[in-house]
Design a protein around this ligand. Sequence first.
Ligand code: NAG
Length: 206
Amino acid sequence: MEFHKKMRRGRIFKDSIAFVCLIVAISCLLVVLMSIFRLPEVSEGKNALGFRSRGIMKAKRVSEDVGLGKLGEMIVEMLPTDLAFTVFVPSVRAFDRDLGLVAGKSLAAENFNDTYAILTRIMAFSTVPRMITSAAVPSKREVSFDSISGFTLYISKDSNGMLVVNGVRSNYVDIKRGELVIHVMNGVIMDAEFELSVGPDNDDED
Ligand SMILES: *[C@@H]1O[C@H](CO)[C@@H](O)[C@H](O)[C@H]1NC(C)=O
């Protein structure tokens, strides 16, 4: 009797080990399958947009987290990640509302060059060659820095502690990519002259 009980306990023990092994094996298989199916997707994106290969995986993850979007990504990809820069990138919504730019149409072959030229200008207006995290901005005082185009950015915090740059509020702050700090803005940082030339009203010339 006693002997049989031991036998049975032993078998149950062995069965649960087998069960755990099976679960582990299935999980490993899933991970392998997922990475196999993801890889082509990443390199496809790289070819289509000519992105540099470095940081693509990370970029994808950040984009999913905060909705940086393809246009915002293109601005970020123009900047080095190994230097202390800060960029105030328009959100997907701000690109659409303030510039009439949407990833699909604006990046189509016939519009790509125009879009890229606009993004280059926006990048120059919105990038400061130093690290500015939201914590580094004092809460009761405005600070100012020159962007790499020479345009002056006036940076402060509103009552909720969100960054405000030249009157444009931030949606998400302090996304780090290497030494680069990215803030996603609910608007576009640009000078008045450029704003006139790229407003959504001027978008449908043809
Ligand atoms: C975009 O620029 C490239 C390189 O300068 C040029 O070959 C191409 O024709 C341009 N495309 C359009 C639609 O203007």
